[in-house]
Design a protein around this ligand. Structure first.
Ligand SMILES: [Zn+2]
Length: 338
């Protein structure tokens, strides 16, 4: 595989706390001859495990980056043994635009792996993560939320890998983060995601979905910050406040079929009756679709097609045909690890 064209302004092997940029070369009107910066922070002290922490893979999800920046402010080399590498805005051009996808090339970073060193900005970032950062690491986390479009019940995501040992490590990481809900990524996981890149690299990794709506919820961000420190304690990177580690009881869910979810069949206002985080029954009303621009058409009643649990709801008022309205998952507690 070709070498990355991205360079780091800091030496990731150096001891101490270093704040710099990954420099992405991409000549456009905004930056004709310079570089597009993707900030990176390395906190390293002695030998020990290396943890990678990413936020801003999607640029309209701000709870994770907020928690990461709190850690950048607070965590010092003397607190740890090992290394924490933090990239709070992996798709920085998208973060600056509060956009899910990059405004430079229109690409979704979490559908760009394994990337391309000769591609656009998003492809170059994906390639750097897959070939330069993941091989350095012993564990990784990618902090997502629902963004502007949707709202998720806060949960961690663990990939169900063919490698049973790696899957078990993913689950342990998810449990260590401390949220009571784990979403198992099975057959419906996209091979172009960062989770899949970590699977290819054999690196234990979890992602999160932390609320959403395009802003920052204070209690979810506090929970996220606590989860990041719990992970560092679990991995024995964090020396401060070292206590015995007791994972919480968790509930595991998975997407059993896309047909269990609810998608809009028309264009109109979605008058939502249910919020993420609750169990639902087949036939229960999910909401109404109002044809407000064509009011002679009677509103539609939208029902859930299957029993399940609402993991996420759309955050949109006006929806279009094909939009996800309700993401419905099933209990996975009994059959995923056996
Ligand atoms: Zn996301």
């Amino acid at each position: 595989m070709s070498k990355s064209t991205i360079t780091s302004s800091i030496d990731l092997a150096a001891l101490g706390k270093h704040i710099g940029d990954l420099r992405v070369r991409w000549s456009d009107n905004s930056v004709p001859l310079g570089y597009h910066p993707v900030p990176i922070i390395s906190i390293k002290s002695g030998p020990g495990p290396v943890m990678l922490m990413f936020g801003g893979t999607h640029g309209d999800e701000f709870e994770g980056p907020s928690a990461l920046m709190r850690m950048v402010n607070d965590l010092q080399p003397k607190d740890i043994t090992g290394q924490v590498i933090i990239v709070p805005g992996l798709n920085t051009p998208a973060v600056r635009a509060s956009s899910r996808v990059s405004p430079l090339d229109g690409k979704n970073l979490n559908r760009a792996f394994p990337g391309d060193p000769t591609g656009g900005v998003t492809d170059q970032i994906a390639h750097y993560v897959e070939t330069e950062l993941l091989p350095l690491s012993d564990a990784a986390i990618d902090l997502h939320s629902g963004g502007k479009a949707s709202f998720f019940t806060p949960c961690t995501l663990a990939t169900q890998t063919k490698n049973i040992e790696l899957f078990a490590k993913n689950i342990k990481l998810a449990e260590a983060f401390g949220l009571p809900l784990i979403w198992i990524l099975g057959a419906h996981n996209d091979k172009r995601s960062l989770n899949s890149a970590a699977e290819r690299a054999g690196v234990p990794m979890i992602a999160t979905e932390l609320g959403g709506g395009g802003g920052v919820d204070p209690s979810i961000t506090n929970t996220t910050e606590a989860g990041l420190y719990r992970l560092l304690r679990y991995l024995k990177i964090l020396m401060r406040n070292q206590t015995s580690f007791e994972p919480n009881k968790v509930h595991k869910v998975e997407i059993r079929s896309q047909e269990h979810s609810v998608f809009s069949e028309g264009n109109g206002i979605f008058d939502r009756k249910v919020s993420a985080g609750v169990p639902i029954k087949a036939g229960q009303i999910a909401g109404y679709l109002h044809y407000s621009t064509d009011p002679k058409r009677h509103s539609e009643t939208i029902v859930f097609p299957h029993n399940g649990f609402v993991l996420a709801h759309t955050n949109r008022g006006y929806v279009s045909r094909g939009d996800m309205l309700m993401l419905v998952v099933q209990d996975a507690d009994n059959d995923v690890i056996s």
